[in-house]
Write a protein that binds this ligand. Structure first.
Ligand SMILES: [Zn+2]
Length: 314
């Protein structure tokens, strides 16, 4: 009897050792794909572009989801626990996920870590934090793609060469996207290069492509816009005779509608120029379900509205 118990223990011990360490969980990468969790849909897209078929990506935040307010569900925690790597934006974009990301620190990577700090805005009203919306400047987002590639290559070394090749091709695509944006915005008369949106997601876009940017809410949607914010923005829009303002897919439209009413009260009519994807990609048939599609949609909408093209042509 004792002998049989001993045999059973011999059999069980190695199994017990196996499941407990993170290292051994990674050791079977030769037999399966890399499991990645990404917080925002923009990051999930980078991982798909860089990782290709080697990587299984689960994005936590779907279309229309506001990352500033998003809280991890129980299912998210399970997915994160099972993941080899968790990519998040960082710079406090995922403002309500700080604790869970910290708890998973052995497998997390912020895609903004390699972006030079002197390229980041630190708006005084954002309490010493940087503006996290770096994807709005295509040249900055290429650095995020490189950060993802570095982590994947370090974890899954046998496929490092593939990750590098895919990243090089993707960065070339982003470079050409960046040039396309620059050429498109040239069509807008300089005096009209003003972008009025629901929240301050477009600061880096404005700096990169020469737009003056005004958001109704601040950098984070966690702070509601007050009556004074609505009135101040309305005064600005009416005085400057800005033809169009924009709503955002991840922020309720009512806030920007309130500005429109206040502009009307000042005797000026401002159009809602369309819907911009700011903090989340669009759904499957939106044409904005990839990062490249998102930027193209936004630029077509902004440029089309400001130069007065009919909606069908944007
Ligand atoms: Zn935002």
């Amino acid at each position: 009897m004792i002998y049989r118990l001993f045999l059973l223990l011999l059999f069980l011990l190695p199994l017990a050792g196996c499941g407990s360490s993170a290292d051994s969980a990674h050791s079977d990468l030769s037999e399966r794909s890399v499991r990645v969790v990404a917080t925002t849909s923009m990051i999930a897209d980078i991982v798909r572009q860089v990782g290709g078929e080697r990587v299984e990506v689960e994005g936590l935040m779907g279309p229309g989801t506001d990352p500033h307010l998003y809280k991890a569900s129980e299912g998210d925690v399970r997915r994160m626990t099972d993941a080899d790597l968790i990519f998040y934006n960082g710079l406090h974009l995922e403002g309500k996920m700080g604790e869970i990301l910290e708890r998973m620190a052995d497998r997390t990577a912020a895609v903004t870590d390699e972006i030079d700090r002197d390229r980041l805005f630190a708006p005084p009203e954002y309490e010493g934090n940087y503006d996290p919306h770096v994807w709005m400047d295509v040249s900055m987002w290429t650095q995020a793609a490189e950060a993802v590639a570095d982590r994947l290559a370090a974890l899954d070394t046998t496929h490092a060469v593939d990750y590098r090749a895919r990243t090089e091709a993707y960065v070339a695509e982003l470079d050409s996207l960046d040039r396309w944006v620059r050429a498109e915005v040239e069509r807008v008369p300089e005096a009209l290069r003003v972008l009025v949106t629901a929240h301050d997601a477009f600061g880096y876009f404005g700096r990169a492509y020469g737009f003056e940017v005004h958001g109704l809410q601040g950098i984070s949607t966690a702070t509601e816009a007050g009556t004074a914010d609505v009135q101040n923005l309305a005064t600005f829009v009416a005085e400057r005779q800005i033809p169009s303002m924009f709503v955002e897919s991840s922020v309720p439209a009512r806030s920007i509608e309130a500005v429109r009413e206040a502009v009307r009260a000042r005797g000026f009519e401002v159009e809602i120029g369309g819907n911009l994807y700011s903090d989340a990609l669009g759904g499957e048939d939106s044409g904005a379900d990839t990062y490249v599609g998102m930027i193209r949609h936004n630029v077509n909408t902004i440029v089309g509205a400001l130069v007065g093209e009919p909606v069908a042509e944007r």
